[in-house]
Design a protein around this ligand. Structure first.
Ligand code: CU
Length: 125
């Protein structure tokens, strides 16, 4: 009887320990920007899309990229998409952009539900 009484709490605490470990390993899994094309502050020929690489896989339903022109007007007509082969990559297809400065605003929601966001600009020559 004593063995049973001891083994139950032991099993419970190891389950809690495993849950705590799991939480610890995912709690800081926020998606941060690794790199982008165009790169921040780059001066480029009109790009076909904006591509951003993140440190973590993204939740497609809640992650997005928006592009505005120098007047603050939306400059992309299509919606951004998380890459179907690599969820750490997000694309924003672009129409033919004229010369000027553009601002990229991204929102990334990692699979742990944590949201990160940021912005950068690039210039089309
Ligand atoms: Cu997180």
């Amino acid at each position: 009887m004593k063995l049973i009484h001891f083994s139950r709490p032991a099993r419970l605490s190891s389950a809690l320990g495993a849950a705590a470990l799991l939480f610890a390993s995912t709690a800081f899994a926020h998606a941060h920007l690794v790199s982008s094309e165009p790169a921040a502050n780059a001066e480029v020929a009109a790009p076909g899309e904006v591509t951003i690489h993140f440190t973590e896989p993204l939740e497609p339903a809640f992650s997005k990229i928006a592009l505005t022109d120098a007047n603050g007007k939306p400059a992309a007509s299509a919606a951004s998409q998380v890459d179907t082969h690599d969820a750490r990559v997000m694309h924003l297809p672009l129409p033919q952009l004229g010369a000027g400065r553009y601002a990229v605003k991204w929102t990334a929601v990692a699979t742990d539900g944590h949201r990160t966001q940021g912005d950068f600009a690039f210039t089309v020559k």
